[in-house]
Design a protein around this ligand. Structure first.
Ligand SMILES: Nc1ncnc2c1ncn2[C@@H]1O[C@H](COP(=O)(O)OP(=O)(O)O)[C@@H](O)[C@H]1O
Ligand SMILES: [Mg+2]
Length: 348
């Protein structure tokens, strides 16, 4: 049997392009080291359109090494569904829900998954921010609705800082989430195909896991497993799994949570295409569970699939193909159903 040709798609147009390129390089090296047939697909400024990029090389499966908007939010997933190419991670709907922090929080609430209190602010709210913020209190965390990697995120201690933070976050999205600041230990949980791999404690030296703390060496301490009692840790991991299920996530994902000194735990978000450089958090969690980096990458490829249940091959190719060759089996099945229904109607 011919070996699967794996396209590793990286880059993109989001604020997280650089991280994505590092993820992509790591994944390519790991899969090549294991003898896989790998194609590097670098998309973004200077590259052909994504559709052209995919047509130019025949790949059997796409490993999504993209992060952030336009890569992690369901758009690319939709294109791959239409082209009939299985891909790693979550499907269109789960990807879109997880990327949208507002929709994700709404679903968390429906599924009884605790998440910090919040409200949504837009440009118009800057005019009467004192009233809008009301008794919400300080400190507050401000973040764009659909960004990642702490892009546009800030902590505000008073009204003036809140106004500045919202103004800056509005540069990334027309909606901004203002969230209650929760003083807590931060724990990230790794999940692979619905199974919890483990967890890691994040201890940023500055107290806030912002872009600088995330991507500057030595700015954050990572402790695996987290310094929590076993029963509490189990509860946190269960909660993470429930959060990923609330959004229907599949494949590899990472859930970010806050665990207070008291009894409360809050889910911040689910990352459907988490960082996957050899030193990223999910690989660290996997390593602690005895899964090395290349094995993790291979497991992720094994989980690649299509989710939307569209006719295969894509409809536009079916139209062209139907003039030259026998219809695809799924089309035949549909036709038979139609004919049966017609016969029944005629008889009745
Ligand atoms: N409500 C909050 N209370 C305390 N810290 C927070 C809160 N929201 C976010 N943070 C901090 O900011 C980081 C990034 O926030 P998160 O919601 O995970 O967005 P991103 O998609 O940018 O990672 C978190 O890892 C955490 O350190
Ligand atoms: Mg996060």
């Amino acid at each position: 049997m011919r070996k699967k040709r794996i396209g590793v798609l990286m880059g993109g147009w989001s604020a997280e392009r650089e991280v994505s390129l590092r993820t992509g390089d790591g994944v390519v090296a790991a899969l090549e080291a294991r003898g896989h047939d790998v194609v590097r697909l670098v998309w973004g400024p200077g590259s052909p359109e994504l559709d052209q990029l995919l047509r130019a090389c025949t790949v059997d499966v796409v490993f999504l090494a993209l992060h952030g908007r336009g890569g992690e939010d369901g758009c690319v997933q939709g294109l791959l569904e239409l082209r009939g190419i299985p891909y790693t991670g979550s499907g269109v709907l789960a990807s879109a829900l997880a990327m949208d922090k507002l929709k994700a929080k709404e679903l968390f609430r429906l599924h009884n998954v605790p998440t910090p209190p919040y409200y949504v602010a837009t440009h118009r709210d800057l005019d009467d921010l004192k009233e809008v913020h009301g008794s919400f209190g300080f400190p507050a965390i401000v973040k764009p609705r659909r960004e990642g990697s702490s892009v546009g995120l800030a902590k505000a201690a008073n009204l003036a800082e809140l106004e500045t933070a919202i103004g800056q976050a509005l540069g990334f999205d027309e909606h901004v989430i203002v969230e209650r600041f929760v003083r807590a230990m931060e724990v990230h949980v790794g999940i692979l195909d619905g199974r919890v791999l483990g967890a890691i404690e994040i201890a940023p030296k500055s107290g806030l896991y912002d872009y600088h703390a995330k991507y500057t060496a030595g700015m954050t301490e990572y402790i695996c497993p987290p310094r929590l009692a076993p029963t509490r840790l189990r509860g946190v991991m269960n909660l993470a799994e429930r959060a990923s299920r609330a959004l229907s996530c599949t494949g590899a994902c990472r859930v970010d949570l806050l665990v207070t000194e008291g009894e409360n735990e809050y889910v911040l978000e689910v990352n459907t295409l988490p960082g996957l450089t050899p030193t990223s958090l999910l690989p660290k969690i996997a390593a602690a569970a005895g899964i090395d980096y290349p094995s993790l990458c291979e497991s992720i490829v094994d989980g690649a699939r299509l989710h939307a249940g569209l006719l295969q091959p894509p409809p536009h190719e079916l139209v062209a193909a139907s003039q030259h060759r026998a219809p695809h089996s799924s089309q035949v099945a549909l036709r038979q159903v139609d004919e049966k229904a017609l016969a029944k109607r005629a008889a009745g």
